[in-house]
Ligand binder design. Structure first.
Ligand code: ARG
Length: 457
């Protein structure tokens, strides 16, 4: 059969060209959006008197039947049809005959594909936001039920100061909150209706683009037809947001991997969420977390591949734009599966609270507290810092911790130190004392949890 666009051609398309240019094998996932867009377009054509209403009815009926065929797996997908738009239009022709040829009045595949992508992405962004929120709630539950767990907070992966595990988890909830904010902002720019831009310059028909936007639930109509068919920055913006989101997931995964190592022993990941080794019988590996970390690589890659595709394109539509789909689809699938599994992973994590607390006992985590104490006794912070530094040096030499120094030993460094120092060298009390807004004290963390509960539940 000749192509729908075959009028000016004398020869059949070479098979190798058909294979090379086809996108049907991946853009068929847009069938729902393509059909919804066509139905809205036909309703508008009929309302505007551009096509008769009985014909519009037939087209709409045919499109609805095609949607059912596709959903039931009965649709004859064929690489010769090039893409989902052609495949559906050809099938419509088979079903209702020549009337089908009117569907494409005042439309081009260029605005059609832009519409499909926007409809699709809007739905996916909404879903991804829900996935993130579900995960945030899982983390919040862990935070709430482990309020008494203290572990070392790190800088440079060196033990720094004691913190609540809940505080550590809330840090991630904050990151994911910003990820959601970014996605919501991106959604507004996706939520723009491009149909009616036609090939690039608009159309001579008296169309009503705002009516189409209303039917399809768009809040805006694209103001420039040339921009509308050639812009893909709404996809780039989403891919960029997804890279940041996946980076957050990767950092968390990295921590889970480290924490589950024998060296740390802070957590144990349940058997159902680990895998073994084919040679080393003793192994239990955190592969899920490793793969979430690894998949971040392809999500970064997808962003960069489309950015590179776009960089040299003159206005307006170029076939290059077809290469926007696979990176987008892959990022969406990957990020959704990562979000889904990391939430489940957390439900299979056992917190080793004693090990976490034990780790705070080595590494002079209360050095800052001691310096703060000296400040309350009248020293300037820099002087206090220096004195405590000397005490740490001494501790290392004699194999002691700050907490195990006698009052007499401490006084040698600074006579201002008195009996009340004991209060300052208590790990739990040190956490309680960090009561500044956003700090790690239980009171502050409880306040943060209440705020998050209001936002999330
Ligand atoms: N499959 C194409 C794409 O994904 C659809 C638009 C084709 N338009 C065209 N004039 N060849 O971008």
């Amino acid at each position: 059969m000749t192509k729908i666009w075959g009028g000016r051609f004398n020869k059949k398309t070479a098979k190798i060209v058909e294979e090379f240019t086809a996108s049907i094998h991946f853009d068929k996932r847009l069938f729902k959006q393509d059909i919804a867009g066509s139905i809205a377009h036909v309703k508008m054509l009929s309302k505007q008197g551009i096509i008769p209403s009985e014909e519009a009815e037939k087209i709409i009926q045919g499109l609805k039947e095609i949607e059912i065929e596709i959903r039931q797996g009965q649709f004859p997908f064929d690489i010769k049809d090039e893409d989902i738009h052609m495949a559906i239009e050809k099938r419509l022709q088979e079903k209702i005959g020549q009337i089908a040829a009117k569907l494409h009045t005042a439309r081009s595949r260029n605005d059609q594909i832009a519409l499909d992508m926007r409809l699709y992405l809007k739905e996916e962004i909404e879903q991804i936001i829900k996935y993130i929120q579900t995960f945030q709630i899982t983390l919040l539950n862990v935070a709430q039920s482990h309020m008494d767990v203290i572990l070392p907070g790190y800088t440079h992966l060196q033990r720094a100061q004691p913190v609540l595990l809940s505080h550590h988890l809330l840090a991630y909830i904050e990151m994911f909150k910003r990820d959601i904010e970014r996605l919501k902002a991106c959604y507004q720019r996706v939520d723009v209706m491009p149909l009616g831009s036609a090939a690039l310059a608009g159309t001579t028909f008296p169309i009503d683009r705002h009516y189409v936007a209303k039917l399809l639930g768009f809040s805006q109509v694209s103001p420039n037809s040339m921009d509308a068919v050639s812009d893909r920055d709404f996809i780039l913006e989403f891919l960029a947001n997804a890279t940041i989101l996946s980076m957050h997931l990767s950092r968390m995964s990295e921590e889970l991997i480290i924490w589950s190592s024998q060296e740390f022993g802070f957590i144990e990941i349940g058997d159902a969420f680990c895998t073994g080794s084919s040679i080393m019988p003793q192994k239990k590996n955190p592969d899920v977390a490793e793969l979430i970390r690894a998949k971040t690589g392809r999500i970064y890659g997808n962003f960069f591949s489309l950015l590179t595709v776009m960089k040299g394109l003159p206005l307006t539509y170029n076939r290059d734009l077809q290469e926007d789909k696979e990176p987008l689809f892959d990022t969406i699938d990957t990020i959704k599966s990562a979000l889904k599994i990391i939430a489940e992973l957390w439900k299979n994590i056992e917190i080793k609270r004693e090990n976490m607390f034990d780790a705070t006992k080595k590494g002079f985590l209360l050095a800052t507290d001691l310096a703060d104490y000296l400040v309350t006794k009248g020293l300037a912070f820099r002087e206090a810092h220096k004195k405590v530094g000397e005490m740490v040096k001494y501790c290392q030499k004699v194999g002691k911790e700050l907490e195990t120094l006698s009052l007499e030993e401490m006084k040698r460094f600074c006579p201002l130190i008195e009996e009340d120092i004991k209060e300052f060298l208590d790990m739990t009390k040190a956490v309680f004392r960090r009561n500044s807004y956003g700090g790690t004290s239980p009171e502050e963390v409880r306040r943060q949890i209440e705020v998050l509960k209001k936002e999330l539940l």
